[in-house]
Design a protein around this ligand. Structure first.
Ligand code: HEM
Length: 439
């Protein structure tokens, strides 16, 4: 995976900085969320009244900015040098939107609305931040579609990156179409409907780019370590992208915002993600191929990522009703993607002109983050089985039984270990990114 010097490398470095900063912000807020929900600690934790606003920004900085910024790292690294102005304008708008989004909770009137996918603060600065960020991402996705050339079936890595950009384009277009089509009402349901179609479509972008990250880790030691031929891998990517064809079909054929429209996107999630199965099996097989290689940070991340993503997928099919099994599923899947991106960061650092991340802390970091999340997720899934509600904190959780308290205690312990793992990633990355590799 060769990264062209000049604009492709510079843009990839800039997006990596934005992504890491967003992950730091999301991680700091995760501490507040965890302590507001941990039995015992919740009773005297002074900041739990900020739980709802913190949850909004935690989600938007993580699945919003971190994931989109890292997608732009992949598209910049995989792309050619053209349309530089488009690239930097997109980055500038996204960075500006991220700054405004992070500051908005400190301004008056920041009323949290906890809808799915992109929760919001009902406040002009926050709305402005979302629109500016989305505009920056639309320019970035347009540049990706213009500069990432899949190169037929011989280059599955670039084909995967390109299909990820197609998913992003469909998702951002869905947000725009819903914005134009859904009548504005002041209720939470409006934001739920507004972000439903695009939010579901985004999950296909994240999953496709997670596999691109896995492949870059598997291929790092040499092309032969990916467990199938480039042509076969390309076919698997095309199969995984087939469900995306349903997105414009649902928008064109079913009234936007209607129950059937919402229902079809929920079904697209259930029936669409299994198309990823061949790529998941390939990843497990490629990982098996890496077993004899010495321990390194990217390999650790690949192992932890695959375990969490598969666990998140299984939990997704165990969701019954509204309870904390839902965030257990979310964290399995999204932290699986996050760990894949962390692993790819370790592969990219020296190729972007930074020094290599090495040493025991770098090798252990993904395991600490992954193990913490594993406990966090199992605690949430167990508590969900005992009816603990999502998105509530403190006494509002009504943790009355011992199983509920044990489960949310596990959530708290695992969450804090994961935060330490996240902190280790930031330290390892910043150490490497503040030093440039000798030419
Ligand atoms: C240090 C790691 C993390 C910890 C400890 C953590 C903790 C939490 C907690 C306690 C909640 C509130 C759950 C509830 O009240 O229902 C939450 C919600 C959420 N987090 Fe995280 N989180 C972490 C990392 C991430 C990452 C990396 C992502 C995505 C990239 C993410 C995505 C989400 C989402 C989407 C929700 C909303 C869940 C829902 O709608 O039910 N989190 N997180």
């Amino acid at each position: 995976m060769k990264i062209l010097p000049g604009a492709p490398a510079r843009l990839a470095r800039a997006w990596l900085w934005l992504g890491v900063l967003a992950l730091i912000g999301s991680g700091v807020l995760a501490v507040l969320l965890v302590l507001s929900r941990t039995p015992g600690i919740q009773d005297f934790f002074p900041l739990k009244s900020l739980f709802r606003a913190a949850l909004v920004v935690h989600v938007d900085l993580s699945v919003g900015v971190w994931f989109m910024a890292f997608a732009a790292v992949i598209w910049s690294a995989a792309g050619r040098a053209g349309f530089v102005g488009l690239g930097w304008t997109g980055f500038g708008l996204a960075a500006l939107g991220t700054a405004a989004l992070s500051l908005s909770p400190f301004f008056p009137g920041a009323e949290p609305v906890l809808n799915n996918y992109i929760p919001i603060l009902k406040q002009p600065l926050f709305f402005g931040a979302i629109v500016v960020f989305a505009s920056g991402m639309m320019l970035t996705v347009a540049r990706a579609l213009l500069t990432v050339r899949p190169g037929g079936m011989a280059d599955p890595w670039r084909l995967g990156a390109f299909l990820g950009a197609v998913a992003a384009f469909l998702s951002l277009s869905s947000f725009g179409w819903s914005w134009l089509a859904v009548p504005v009402i002041q209720e939470t349901i409006y934001f739920e409907v507004l972000f439903w179609g695009g939010g579901h479509t985004l999950q296909f972008q994240h999953a496709l780019l997670m596999v691109v990250a896995w492949l870059s880790i598997a291929a790092a030691p040499g092309e032969q370590t990916v467990g199938a031929s480039p042509r076969a891998v390309s076919v698997m990517f095309l199969v995984a992208a087939v469900p995306l064809l349903a997105v414009p079909a649902i928008y064109l054929l079913v009234p936007v915002g209607s129950m059937p429209h919402m229902d079809l996107f929920a079904k697209l999630m259930i029936w669409g993600h299994p198309y990823m199965a061949p790529l998941i099996v390939l990843a497990a097989w490629s990982l098996f191929g890496l077993r004899t290689l010495p321990a390194n940070p990217a390999k650790s991340a690949f192992i932890a990522s695959l375990i969490l993503f598969v666990l998140g997928g299984v939990l997704g099919y165990l969701i019954q009703g509204v309870n904390v099994v839902i965030p257990a599923h979310y964290h399995g899947s999204t932290v699986g993607v996050t760990l894949a991106f962390m692993g790819m960061t370790y592969v990219l650092l020296p190729r972007l002109g930074f020094v290599q991340a090495e040493g025991q802390m770098a090798v252990l970091q993904p395991y600490v983050y992954g193990f913490g999340q594993l406990i966090h997720i199992l605690g949430l899934a167990w508590s969900g089985g005992y009816g603990v509600q999502r998105k509530v904190a403190g006494a509002e959780q009504m943790l009355t039984t011992l199983p509920q308290k044990i489960g949310m205690g596990m959530m708290g312990l695992g969450g804090l270990i994961a935060v330490i793992g996240g902190l280790m990633f930031v330290v390892v990355c910043l150490r490497a990114m503040f030093r440039r590799r000798e030419r």
